[in-house]
Design a protein around this ligand. Structure first.
Ligand SMILES: Nc1nc2c(c(=O)[nH]1)N[C@@H](CN(C=O)c1ccc(C(=O)N[C@@H](CCC(=O)O)C(=O)O)cc1)CN2
Length: 293
């Protein structure tokens, strides 16, 4: 039997509706949640993501601001913008779109964002809070979105074997932190490019989270029948049959794995829309905290 499709786009719509209600309540109290998104350079994919983020804000009634800076921007110039946003009470959330040009150290920029405005959840204070299960911080949007998808799909994580492929600071590591929290109680293995016999790990997984950044890396024979497969990958590959000549695929060989798994997320339309929705949720939470609500 083919796997159930976990529709991230539909779930993200529901999250946005809920956030819109929360925004309306805050506005009635005189607070308009505001997100400032900073894009340095002109990477076309990043420009599209930033445009979507500010548009999402406006659609739920929040203030969404886009700050574009040239690719030649120095680290000090970017830090000065972050400082200004840190001090602006109308800005509740700050996000610097990654990647930044090579003359800028991303860690220095992330560390400069006020933790209470770091709606990306990348600041060391928020990383620490995510690890110790302290919910006064912000969890990074992609793993937070995956947690909501698993919960809404009714996946029982207690004692489940979860194998994460990828150890990035944005996805793999925080994903592991969220899954092992008491109350979630998954048993987590984090695999990466140096893992020996990676398929031996994935084949015993009840849940696989693929976030390695390699197109169609997870093949059907790597998946235990009935496993739940979450695809975080976003890889653009050549496809002469499309108008653009390219196509977006995940880290999972979707057609093969859907024959084996019990549930699977598509790319596009899976984890990506939930990442955007969780950013709205973190921003409204930041505004609520700033208002003392
Ligand atoms: N500061 C940050 N930078 C980056 C992050 C991040 O969370 N914070 N994540 C990624 C990019 N990203 C958000 O910024 C992101 C990318 C794509 C999607 C998405 O919805 N994708 C769609 C497909 C889009 C397409 O067709 O190209 C989907 O999966 O359906 C959401 C968020 C790196 N940088």
């Amino acid at each position: 039997m083919e796997a159930r499709l976990l529709d991230g786009a539909a779930l993200a719509r529901r999250v946005r509706e809920r956030v819109a209600g929360e925004v309306a309540e805050l506005k009635a109290r005189g607070v308009t949640p505001g997100l400032s998104v900073v894009l340095v350079g002109d990477d076309p994919a990043s420009a599209v993501y930033v445009h979507h983020k500010t548009k999402d804000c406006q659609e739920v009634g929040m203030r969404g601001e886009q700050i574009r800076m040239p690719a030649s921007t120095s680290q000090d110039e970017l830090l000065a913008v972050v400082d200004r946003l840190n001090g602006d009470p109308a800005v509740h959330g700050i996000l610097v779109q990654m990647p930044v040009p090579k003359q800028i150290d991303p860690a220095a920029v992330i560390a400069r964002i006020a933790p209470e405005k770091d709606v990306d959840g990348f600041h060391p204070v928020n990383v620490g809070k995510t690890y110790i299960g302290e919910d006064s911080g912000f969890a990074p949007c992609t793993p937070a979105g995956v947690m909501v998808m698993l919960r809404e799909a009714g996946v029982d994580l207690r004692g489940a074997e979860v194998v994460i492929i990828g150890r990035s600071n944005i996805v793999g590591k925080p994903m592991a932190a969220l899954l092992v929290q008491p109350g979630v109680d998954a048993t987590v293995t984090v695999c990466h490019s140096r893992t020996r016999d990676l398929a031996a790990h994935t084949r015993r997984a009840d849940v696989i989270v693929a976030a390695i950044g390699r197109a169609r890396f997870v093949t059907g024979d790597m998946v235990k029948p009935g496993a739940v497969v979450i695809d975080v990958g976003m890889n653009r590959i050549d496809d002469p049959t499309t108008k653009s000549g390219t196509r977006l695929v995940g880290d999972v060989d979707f057609e093969a794995v859907r024959q084996v798994a019990s549930a699977i997320t598509p790319v596009p339309g899976g984890v990506g829309p939930m990442t955007r929705a969780m950013l709205l949720e973190n921003t409204v939470r930041a505004a609520r905290r700033a208002a003392g609500a």
